[in-house]
Ligand binder design. Structure first.
Ligand SMILES: *Cc1c(COP(=O)(O)O)cnc(C)c1O
Length: 368
């Protein structure tokens, strides 16, 4: 054997992960969640194209950022006059709102853990805060009033698998800014952008990307408010972010890889209305399946408030523990129940990167 052949024994061929059916693990975890299998190729492309070695004030980076925002807005059907910024996480967007968009007072309307966390962070950031907590089994009522200049909602409450319908936001009558956390629904269902002023999310849920970047979308009314307030005190003050993004630059050295991957995934996926139809049909099908073909229950008893992107399923402690064990043996990862529901529920992400055959595999497991 010559040395060249010997060497080749140690050089394994690249893993073929493009066909996701080849990978053995199926995950329904609602964040971080399944990454699009095509990302493997995009990672290699990012290396080959040299974009990762470019500095973030270079023409190559600026062109890429512009292309990314453009295709993102196009695929998500975001109005032309709304602006898109990238941050480090959805949590950072909560902070930016309190710092740069709340004049005096934010009011938080929530029914679960993420909405509550947002309220708690806001309370520590020095502005006045107040909250209306509503029952997660009930439809949110449109009859509260508040003097707060920013009203904060969690459209899809990942912890308890509930959602607020688009029509709720379009009926709100107020001069206050409407801020909406859509971390676990952006990219999965169509949102009515015109009925909100600040929309925030991160990439590791419905967008099917590796964790590590947040997205903030602002209406002209939100930008105007930021200008009136004129906050420039923080590295992530919105006006400072905006000054940079208007030049297709960023306020700090950004996650260039994540921006690149978002651009590629947005080029790959269909229009949000196509995804929306698929996700909603699959949610409906799966909710019916749980009721008709298993002994399990749905955590959320009110049909109208059930999330279409995160589904929570309830059973006895024994049933859930047996199911989780069986899932593990079959290389399926179920999402743990949140907080107090840890032992009596599990959650299923109905995100676009998860394929229908994976849901079939899950159904086979749950039927047994
Ligand atoms: C996951 C999640 C967050 C937190 O996202 P990060 O990217 O970790 O900051 C906030 N809100 C909701 C509704 C979420 O599901």
């Amino acid at each position: 054997m010559n040395s060249r052949i010997k060497l080749s024994i140690f050089c394994l061929p690249p893993l073929r992960t493009l066909n996701s059916e080849l990978s053995t693990l199926t995950t329904f975890y609602p964040g971080p969640s399944k990454v699009y299998p095509q990302v493997a190729t995009y990672l290699q492309d990012a290396m080959n194209e040299g974009i990762l070695s470019q500095n973030h004030r270079s023409a190559a980076f600026m062109e890429m950022l512009e292309a990314c925002i453009s295709v993102f807005k196009q695929k998500q059907n975001i109005p032309d006059n709304y602006e898109v910024y990238f941050t480090s996480s959805a949590t950072e967007c909560w902070e930016i709102i309190s710092q740069s968009l709340v004049k005096k007072h934010s009011h938080h309307i929530y029914n679960g853990a993420f909405g509550e966390k947002w309220f708690e962070y806001a309370a520590r950031l020095g502005k006045t805060v107040s909250a209306t907590k509503f029952n997660f089994q009930e439809i949110i009522e449109n009859n509260f009033s508040s003097d707060a200049d920013v009203w904060c909602f969690t459209q899809n409450e990942t912890s308890n698998a509930t959602q607020i319908e688009n029509s709720f936001f379009s009926k709100l009558q107020t001069d206050s800014l409407i801020a909406v956390d859509v971390t676990s629904s952006l990219g999965g269902i169509a949102l009515d952008w015109q009925s909100g002023d600040i929309w925030l999310a991160s990439v590791q849920k419905c967008l099917g990307l590796p964790a590590g970047m947040g997205i903030m979308i602002c209406s002209p009314k939100a930008i105007k408010r930021a200008e009136e307030i004129g906050d420039h005190n923080f590295y992530n003050s919105l006006l400072f972010i905006r000054d940079n993004f208007r030049k297709y630059q960023t306020h700090y050295t950004p996650n260039i890889l994540s921006i690149y991957l978002l651009m590629r995934v947005m080029q790959q996926v269909p229009d949000i209305h196509t995804i929306d139809a698929h996700i909603k049909a699959r949610a409906k099908n799966f909710y019916t399946f749980i009721g008709q073909e298993t002994n399990l229950d749905l955590l959320i008893t009110t049909r109208e408030v059930r999330s279409e992107t995160v589904i929570a399923i309830q059973g006895s402690v024994d049933e859930i523990s047996v199911l989780k064990q069986k899932a593990k043996e079959n290389n399926i990862i179920l999402g743990n129940g949140y907080g107090a529901w840890k032992d009596t529920t599990f959650r299923i992400a109905n995100f676009p990167a998860i394929e229908d055959w994976e849901f079939d595999k899950l159904k086979t497991l749950l039927r047994q």
